[in-house]
Design a protein around this ligand. Structure first.
Ligand code: GAP
Length: 448
């Protein structure tokens, strides 16, 4: 039974499932769509929220020395001068003189780069020019240079500019972290591969403020913590790897950086960055704002600008990772293949499907009652349409880990069938056991 076709997963298969089952739709689809922007449907928003909640719990709830904030997307324009984004946050852009398509020069195959040839039509490419990725707009009624604001290209800066506020109000002592989840915007030259690289996306970032003498120790610590997080999220470890940035890859603020990469259907790509940002950001904000962004170590009376170890994950990119990693087409027998999303149960959009075997003889009412009672503990879905096998398969396809079926025996002895998505095994349990059995199963979940 366990033969699978997972390795044949293509982006087309994934995009098609996402649309068919309501995970992700193209933005403004009825108008022909907006390239590189995507909307999350009823199941997609649940999945995204569950991942966000899991990250938040793992990164704030599990550490007494990490607190959260939620900063505004629009910030004072000087923030982006201080951060170096106005000056440095750009990609080399080339245009094709024939087909007018635009490319990031550093992403082109070597032969196209060297020969200045368009990879699409063979036309001549322009000389590269630096293209700033920040979206710029104007705040207020007057459109002049004094009203310019940027849509933030990373959430991190909202944390740095609140460093002093948090130190003063939360009584945190170094080492401590500040976490934030929110939208970020980049005018990406090439957006492709579905929700992998988009112009509007969400980040889950944590900035950990430390004594500069301890940067290597904390850098190693956070690399390890973040690797373990993906394992807890249910991502297969053999699909993950670290990639250390070479000198020409390092961002302008970084002393050292590792990407956690995932093997997507289109190759190994960055999922998260763990960066040693040194004191770059706090020092620059101190200089540009004129405010002192230092820290006084009470024991030693030493004053310093803290270093920062940053963990920066893409939320929307994690949604793609989770979907790609979960997707399997499993050959059940010679005549039967099922599509199954093997989400970790703690992030599955629906945790329990509840079905009456048939609608009549009071089974539907009983099933509704059971489903209603489960709602306060789990995300549930009630389905009474079609053959029971078809209903199971519909839930497999959206990754529902547990299904409960109510049949005639339920009326006699108050028992139901609990069916497990991964093994397709079924067991008979008492109605009152359902919540505890599911909770235990979630806690002990191991992907087969
Ligand atoms: N604060 C550091 C920072 O923003 P980054 O490597 O540019 O670092 C961090 O971005 C993460 O944000 C990436 O690993 C990726 O998951 C996500 N990300 C970046 N650009 C993205 C885009 N255009 N679309 C979707 N996710 C993106």
């Amino acid at each position: 039974m366990e033969e699978t076709k997972q390795n044949t997963l293509t982006m087309d298969m994934l995009v098609s499932l996402c649309k068919r089952r309501g995970f992700v739709f193209q933005s403004s689809e009825i108008y022909g769509g907006l390239s590189s922007a995507w909307d999350y449907g009823p199941l997609g928003v649940e999945l995204k929220n569950n991942i966000k909640d899991f990250w938040w719990k793992e990164m704030t709830g599990m550490y007494e020395n990490i607190v959260g904030i939620d900063a505004a997307i629009m910030m004072h324009p000087r923030v982006w001068e201080a951060s170096g984004h106005v000056e440095n946050f750009s990609d080399p852009l080339v245009d094709c003189r024939e087909c007018r398509q635009r490319f990031r020069e550093d992403n082109l195959p070597e032969e196209n780069r060297a020969g200045r040839k368009c990879p699409e039509c063979g036309g001549e490419l322009t000389e590269p020019r630096q293209f700033n990725l920040m979206f710029q707009t104007n705040l207020g009624a007057v459109e002049d240079s004094s009203s310019i604001v940027y849509l933030r290209p990373e959430t991190a800066q909202g944390i740095y500019v609140n460093f002093k506020n948090v130190v003063q109000t939360s009584r945190q002592k170094i080492p401590f972290g500040i976490a934030q989840v929110g939208k970020a915007f980049r005018n990406e030259i090439t957006t492709k591969n579905f929700i992998f690289r988009t112009c509007e996306f969400e980040q889950m970032e944590m900035q950990f403020f430390i004594d500069p003498k301890e940067d290597e120790k904390w850098f190693e610590y956070w690399k390890e913590q973040r690797w373990d997080y993906y394992k807890k999220l249910g991502i297969r470890e053999n699909k993950l790897r670290f990639h250390q940035h070479g000198p020409d890859e390092l961002a302008h603020y970084a002393k050292d950086a590792y990407d956690i990469e995932y093997e997507f259907p289109f190759g190994w790509k960055e999922l998260e960055g763990v960066h040693n940002r040194t004191d770059y950001d706090l020092r620059r904000h101190g200089e540009y704002s004129g405010k002192e962004l230092t820290y006084l170590e009470e024991a030693t009376k030493e004053r310093y600008i803290p270093y920062v170890i940053e963990t920066s994950a893409g939320l929307t990119r994690t949604v793609l990772t989770v979907l790609a990693d979960a997707y399997e087409e499993e050959v059940v027998d010679e005549k039967d293949t099922r599509t199954v999303l093997r989400f970790h149960p703690r992030i599955a959009p629906v945790t329990v499907g509840v079905f009456p075997l048939v609608k009549k003889d009071g089974l539907a009412e009983l099933a509704r009652e059971i489903e209603g009672n489960l709602r306060s503990d789990f995300s549930t879905f009630y389905d009474q349409g079609g053959a029971i096998g078809r209903r199971y398969r519909r839930q497999d396809e959206i990754g529902t880990p547990y299904c409960v079926t109510i049949d005639y025996q339920t009326k006699d002895d108050n028992t139901v069938t609990l069916r497990y998505r991964d093994s397709m095994e079924q067991e008979r349990i008492a109605i009152e056991e359902i919540p505890s059995r599911i909770r235990e199963a979630i806690k002990g979940y191991r992907r087969v």
